[in-house]
Design a protein around this ligand. Structure first.
Ligand SMILES: [Zn+2]
Length: 360
């Protein structure tokens, strides 16, 4: 348990950050986000850099003003999207050249430019540029890649330190090293020597089996200082989050609650429901009777299934809202359980009802 202090407010950890890729958490207004209990959101540097462009957001007064969100914002570096979404042109010590996935236009990102982009966005928490290696990866490739990521970490920190107001911003380092334990250790040692405000475990959930995700996240978290935030990037399902919290991770972002919500998958304490299924045709109960979100207070499973069936937009909004509230609450209860020293019992209780009663 800890506290994250940013220029736009304090956030208790562990914390879940809804993902606002394009300067919006899809289909959800800021008021609704706050109503769900969300305190901090994630913005995506790669997408915002391509559209509408950083200069425009700078002119608007930063991303907070542009999108009307007053709470803290963490931005990712864009590196993950460059390596997964864009057409990669050339990777060098200097930086990475890529073509936009939207119009094919060519761009070149360096560690310094990525800091400038996030500074232009007015981000409270910035992430360094890194190379995210997919699984499986040969050891010598990972060694070389890690060497590059560490050099980029140093340049990111140097450039960040020269910003006009570095003290009101936070910069996080990202631990790579694939599934090689000694390389993860080396990555952590090098990042600690440079010194960051928080540390992210990157390069997990990139194609490896589930138990390996937990194992790598766990031993990497163990190597990181307890008094700094430990952020597990891009994971996952509700059980994933509790497994990760149990292993010492305390910041999470994931598109699952919104992306899956838009497809009709609702998460509950008793597992997930596929609301498009005929099973719910005449089910006049709320998604979750104990939830209290707008969707659960006002609408039934049968109605939401009907909305999906007829491709009505309200359906995906309702399930996204419910899912965000569920994720925020889950982490909130986990935080209380840690405080009361009963986290293991909480996690086991959750896992057994989540798995046993799936879909009821
Ligand atoms: Zn609900």
């Amino acid at each position: 348990m800890g506290k994250l202090v940013t220029a736009h407010g304090e956030v208790d950890t562990p914390v879940f950050m809804p993902v606002g890729t394009q300067g919006t958490v899809k289909a959800i207004s800021n008021d609704e986000l706050k109503g769900c209990g969300a305190e901090i959101i994630l913005g995506n540097a790669y997408h915002l850099y391509l559209r509408p462009g950083i200069e425009l957001i700078r002119k608007a007064g930063g991303l907070h003003k542009f999108m009307g969100w007053q709470g803290p914002i963490l931005t990712d570096s864009g590196g993950y999207q460059v390596f997964s979404l864009a057409v990669l042109r050339k990777l060098s010590r200097e930086g990475v050249e890529f073509s936009s996935h939207i119009d094919g236009s060519k761009h070149f990102l360096t560690p310094e430019k990525v800091i400038d982009i996030q500074d232009g966005l007015g981000s409270d928490i910035m992430m360094m540029l890194d190379e995210c290696v997919h699984y499986p990866a040969a050891r010598d490739y990972v060694e070389q890649s890690l060497d590059l990521t560490t050099a980029w970490a140093r340049r990111s920190k140097d450039h960040f330190s020269q910003l006009p107001t570095p003290n009101s911003k936070l910069l996080f380092g990202i631990v790579q090293g694939s599934t090689y334990r000694d390389l993860r250790k080396k990555a952590v040692d090098d990042l600690l020597a440079i010194g960051f405000d928080g540390y992210a475990v990157g390069g997990v959930s990139v194609g490896e089996p589930e138990d390996l995700i937990y194992e790598v996240a766990g031993y990497t978290a163990d190597l990181l200082p307890e008094d700094k935030p430990r952020y597990l990037m891009g994971l996952g399902t509700p059980p994933d989050l509790l497994e990760a919290i149990g292993r010492g991770l305390d910041m999470f972002d994931c598109v699952v609650p919104t992306r899956n919500g838009r497809n009709g998958q609702a998460f509950t304490w008793n597992g997930d429901l596929q609301l498009r299924n005929a099973l719910y045709k005449e089910d006049f109960r709320p998604i979750d009777g104990t939830c209290g979100c707008f969707a659960c207070r006002n609408h039934t499973r049968a109605y939401i299934r009907h909305l999906f069936n007829t491709e009505e937009l309200l359906g995906l909004r309702l399930v996204s809202l419910h899912n965000i509230q569920f994720y925020v609450k889950l982490i909130h209860y986990a935080r209380e359980a840690i405080r009361d020293d009963r986290f293991d019992a909480f996690r086991e209780g959750f896992m057994s009802s989540y798995k046993k009663e799936k879909g009821k």
